[in-house]
Design a protein around this ligand. Structure first.
Ligand SMILES: [Zn+2]
Length: 308
């Protein structure tokens, strides 16, 4: 059943201008949504909506000036809502978030509010981030930035995996470490630094060199998403992550980059194809690729139980 509005209003940053039987809504400078407003009905609604009056009250008020058009109130609200112009503050319930959470992530929550429709609780999106369990493989140049950014976004539960120690040459890009950390395990330093930044975080560390699919299966089991920023062993790690995540039914994001290119992609078991699906297809079409895969040890997608 379609949910309905409780006490809608225009989002605070939306500016409205009525001119020559048209109404303009400005969401950002220079970008306007224009609607025909022959009778001033839409403009009247915009003036009446205050986030306090419910639909009945809006209808009663509108009936005084626009009795014939009042039945179209809901249709018009849907049009405005589809343009992300409306909010319904009664739906913005911050339950399950603490006062601290609401303050700490207030800018995120405002951002969600700007890009969601009126029937979505903007706080629930932050709550979803807060409760997401992330596995991060690799704490190098890419991984250290991802870890910091996810913590800044509000993720609080991590499993972080790396076997390396901090080196002086890491410090041009690996933002979690200082010169005083050189020689220390990256996982331990990263956890310490992250807890200073996000004291409520729950971080489990694995000081392990990944050596097989089973290693990864154990790490990803029961988690929500895996991000692979590991690059060792170079010709195996992505295949292992793929096989483990397909088996454990955990979505993952992985890729690689060097100084001239980057490629990243997401695999959702059961919904998207996986890496072996892609190889299966490529193997049928390219002889060179076939040779490369034969050298690397190709695993057929069907052998992983991938149904795509
Ligand atoms: Zn597949």
């Amino acid at each position: 059943m379609l949910k309905n509005y409780i006490a809608p209003r225009l989002k605070p940053f939306v500016e409205v201008l009525s001119d020559n039987k048209k109404i303009y809504f400005f969401k950002r400078p220079g970008v306007a949504i224009t609607l025909e407003d022959e009778t001033g009905f839409i403009f009247s609604i915009c003036k009446l909506m205050d986030g306090v009056k419910n639909l009945d009250e809006l209808c009663r008020n509108l009936a005084l000036s626009h009795p014939n058009e009042t039945p179209y109130l809901i249709d018009l609200l849907r049009v405005l809502d589809n343009e992300l112009l409306l909010e319904d503050i009664a739906r913005h319930d911050s339950e399950n978030l603490t006062e601290y959470d609401v303050l700490r992530w207030s800018r995120n929550i405002e951002f969600f509010g700007a890009y969601t429709n009126a029937l979505t609780n903007k706080y629930s999106l932050q709550k979803k981030i807060k409760s997401t369990k992330v596995v991060l493989l690799g704490l190098g140049g890419v991984g250290s930035h991802i870890l910091h950014s996810l913590a800044a976004l509000g993720v609080e539960t991590f499993r972080i995996i790396d076997f390396d120690k901090v080196e002086l040459s890491n410090l041009n890009r690996q933002i979690l470490y200082n010169e005083s950390d050189v020689g220390k395990l990256k996982t331990r330093v990263a956890k310490k630094r992250l807890l200073q930044f996000s004291p409520h975080a729950n971080i489990k560390i694995f000081n392990e060199k990944i050596s097989c699919i089973e290693n990864i299966e154990r790490m990803v089991d029961g988690q929500d998403i895996v991000i692979s920023a590991a690059d060792q062993p170079r010709d195996k790690i992505i295949d292992w992550v793929n096989a483990a995540c397909i088996k454990k039914n955990v979505p993952f994001l992985c890729g690689a980059l060097d100084s001239k290119w980057a490629i990243y992609y997401t695999v959702i078991p059961g919904k998207t194809g996986c890496i072996e699906c892609w190889k299966t297809k490529a193997k049928k079409t390219g002889l060179i690729f076939q040779d490369v895969m034969n050298q690397q040890g190709f695993i057929a997608a069907s052998a992983l139980g991938c149904q795509i």
